[in-house]
Design a protein around this ligand. Structure first.
Ligand SMILES: Nc1ncnc2c1ncn2[C@@H]1O[C@H](COP(=O)(O)OP(=O)(O)OP(=O)(O)O)[C@@H](O)[C@H]1O
Ligand SMILES: [Mg+2]
Length: 263
């Protein structure tokens, strides 16, 4: 299991035109205990994807540190898997081929990789599309392949960037339950980005609310709703209390952003 500590993380990007730096994330600190499910919400452009890219080892911080189990890691790790915001499937590979890809890189024997990818394919509801190519799938279906691909290598840390954004409401609820079920079995540490407040409350042990850019932690709200969580929980008063509290925080940040003319 993996513990993450993000300490005073800053990420700057070079601006093409005026040579100025763009501060995407500034002085961002939080930690995730091993096996916890953390959701991150915040206004568009506040640096959520940037943060996830740093956690995945795909982007170097400009300042600050990220520790995994107390150690600093360089580069992408075998123990981390990412579901990207816009799915990056390999167009020349079938659904199964895409799900198997990570396992091939990790040299998992074919006899093991094939049944595992078939199992995952069925789990995400694409059993009938094993041999289809990405171009033959809808956006939501492609995103499900992405999820299956990330889960295939049994990562200790699962990083998800709005993985359900392109799904219809019903499939989305189904996938939330699936992810919770898988997580309950594997006890992976999860960092999950979403724009949907209900989704964050339903999934998370803790919700990190980010400020407008440059992204910092505005507040962290622990979600004390018992597990396993079922669909019914979404109708409870406690659930709605959390949703309202978070909605107010996000709205506050949104207004602040507009008022200050940041964009
Ligand atoms: N590779 C890059 N080069 C330059 N600027 C970048 C790069 N990636 C992100 N940015 C900038 O950094 C800021 C944060 O971007 P990021 O994608 O992390 O936001 P986000 O919170 O994920 O937004 P959204 O909710 O819309 O996905 C934005 O202003 C964006 O323009
Ligand atoms: Mg993003």
């Amino acid at each position: 299991m993996i513990e993450i500590e993000v300490k005073k993380l800053s990420v700057d990007f070079e601006k093409r035109r005026d040579g100025d730096k763009l501060n995407a994330v500034k002085n961002l600190s939080f930690s995730v205990s091993p096996g916890r499910f953390l959701c991150v919400i915040g206004p568009s452009g506040c640096g959520k994807t940037t943060l996830l890219n740093v956690l995945a080892g795909l982007l170097e911080p400009s300042a600050g540190t990220v520790l995994f189990n107390g150690k600093q890691d360089k580069g992408p790790g075998k123990d981390r898997a990412m579901v990207f915001q816009s799915g990056a499937l390999l167009p020349w590979r079938t659904v199964l081929g895409n799900i198997r890809y990570g396992m091939e890189i990790q040299k998992v024997p074919k006899g093991e990789a094939l049944p595992r990818s078939q199992e995952l394919c069925t789990m995400v509801g694409l059993g009938e599309f094993e041999n289809s190519y990405p171009r033959e799938l809808s956006g939501g279906m492609q995103q499900r392949v992405n999820l299956a691909r990330a889960l295939a290598t049994n990562p200790k840390l699962l990083l998800m960037d709005e993985p359900f954004a392109s799904l219809d409401a019903q499939t989305r609820e189904q996938m939330q339950l699936e992810v919770l079920k898988i997580w309950q079995q594997t006890k992976q540490t999860v960092v999950f980005i979403t724009h949907q407040i209900e989704e964050a409350v339903f999934l998370a042990d803790e919700v990190v609310v980010m400020t407008a850019r440059p992204g910092q932690v505005k507040t962290v709200i622990p979600i004390e709703i018992s597990r396993p969580r079922t669909y019914e929980i979404k109708k409870s008063a406690l659930f709605h209390q959390y949703v309202d509290q978070l909605r107010d925080l996000v709205q506050q940040e949104f207004l602040l952003q507009k008022g200050m003319g940041k964009q």
